[in-house]
Write a protein that binds this ligand. Structure first.
Ligand SMILES: [Zn+2]
Length: 455
């Protein structure tokens, strides 16, 4: 087995403790020893983020894979490799083509089976979705910085550059693109069409590789483009030069609002587009709202059979939860296991301290019974033992990394789903499922069966 090890740390992580390249390498080497594997090459990426694959060591790794130099790629954790579902897809395809399997030293992914590959993409999709939701919430903590006239972390919005003193420069090329996006939308193009057009014109967003409907929507909703700076509750007008005339901006807002309310569709009915009727050859189903009942339903476009949306959504969320418990369980059981082990180690170290103490006490006692050499050799023995235990303790504590807050757990999925707006809900469901087929006999309370295929 020719094993390649890939370790990565971002500039931000470098500043944090316990996630050093050193810790990752140590863990990976130990893993290889336990499996009887030999490392043929280490790819160590320092100060690089995983937002794309444009990293020197990643490129070298992919090159070596293409030359068929590698059988297994081992990482400390999936997010060392990538944080993007699309990139992960791409990587897994390359791995598969070259018969390379992928292992994480702390997670249960196994790409040698179809189920394993599916699981890994699902987890990454969920993690990405959660991270994006989290990013929105973090915004509130930054209000204080705005008060102090500092620029909150992160990148300048597309079209602008803010330096660290919060001075704003307009980036002419990007600004032109922003104006085009607003014009196109005002002239009837949708998010998807605009994203497609920009990609076709090879115009790149600031960070991501491609435009998507989501990024277009974010730009259209961003009132920075009329000179407003806003973090949470704080609003600063005429903070910087606008890119879009206010009139155009408000026209666009009106159009966005009218689309979401009048069509009531895309937003409110997150399953539209993936939901299929199992009673009639999988025809698509569309959501509608019954004002009298105050309930929403999905109706088959052909056989007109209707089903209450809650009856569909509940089992789907359950299904998503069922797809991740392996991960959840693993996280928990390991935590208690290492938790106990940590306590044990700490107790042992404490005992050694007490023993050392006793030796020192003896040595410093008035009627000192022991020669210096004896004391030193005893102390050295104890220190050696202590060092070994400390190392074990450090390893056990590192195992806590497995409870990565960016990985979803059973409870956070449902909670976050309910908290998310309709747009995000739709985004999540569509990123996991290719289609969901519901089948039910006629009659309101007949049992419902759900089949689905994942993306
Ligand atoms: Zn039907």
């Amino acid at each position: 087995m020719r094993v390649a090890v890939y370790a990565r740390v971002s500039t931000h992580e470098q500043a944090e403790e316990g996630f050093s390249i050193h810790a990752q390498r140590e863990r990976l080497q130990a893993f290889c020893v336990s499996q009887g594997w030999e490392i043929v090459e280490e790819y160590i990426e320092e100060g690089r983020s995983a937002k794309d694959l444009d990293r020197p060591k990643m490129k070298k790794l992919l090159n070596d894979i293409r030359k068929d130099h590698i059988d297994i790629i081992l990482v400390y954790r999936l997010d060392r490799l990538t944080r993007s579902v699309l990139d992960l897809y791409q990587l897994l395809q390359i791995f598969e083509r070259h018969d390379v399997s992928f292992k994480s030293a702390t997670e249960v992914y196994d790409t040698s089976t179809a189920m394993g590959r599916l699981f890994i993409t699902l987890v990454a999709a969920l993690a990405q979705w959660e991270r994006e939701n989290l990013a929105e919430r973090v915004v509130f903590g930054m209000e204080q910085m705005v008060h102090e006239g500092m620029k909150p972390g992160g990148h300048s919005p597309f079209g602008y550059h803010f330096d660290k003193h919060f001075h704003c420069t307009i980036l002419e090329n990007e600004a032109k693109t922003v104006q085009r996006i607003f014009d196109w939308y005002a002239n009837g193009l949708g998010y998807r069409a605009i994203a497609g057009r920009l990609n076709q014109l090879k115009i790149k967003p600031k960070i991501a590789k491609h435009w998507n409907p989501n990024s277009i929507r974010d730009i259209l909703l961003n009132d920075m483009y009329i000179g407003i700076y806003r973090w949470g509750e704080i609003i600063k007008h005429q903070n910087h030069p606008p890119l879009i005339p206010e009139q155009l901006y408000h026209l666009v807002q009106k159009r966005i609002a009218s689309k979401t309310t009048s069509r009531e569709g895309t937003g409110k009915y997150p399953l539209t587009g993936i939901l299929r009727c199992g009673s009639c050859n999988e025809h698509s189903m569309q959501g509608y709202h019954d004002k009298r009942e105050g309930k929403s339903y999905y109706r088959c476009t052909i056989c007109k059979k209707i089903t209450w949306d809650k009856r569909i959504l509940d089992p789907i969320l359950e299904e998503i939860e069922r797809l991740i418990p392996a991960l959840d369980l693993m996280g928990r059981s390991k935590q208690t296991a290492t938790g106990n082990k940590e306590q044990e180690l700490k107790d042992k170290i404490k005992k050694i301290h007490a023993q050392k103490e006793r030796w020192y006490d003896l040595f410093t006692a008035d009627n000192n019974p022991i020669p210096k050499e004896v004391l030193f050799s005893k102390i050295n023995q104890l220190t050696e033992k202590e060092d070994a235990l400390s190392l074990q303790l450090e390893r056990a504590s590192n195992a806590h990394d497995i409870n990565d807050p960016t990985l979803p757990t059973k409870t956070t999925i449902r909670e976050n789903y309910c908290k998310a707006d309709a747009f995000r809900q739709k985004e999540l469901l569509h990123s996991i499922f290719e289609k969901i087929i519901i089948t039910r006999e006629r009659g309101k309370n007949q049992p419902l069966s759900i089949a689905y295929s994942l993306k």
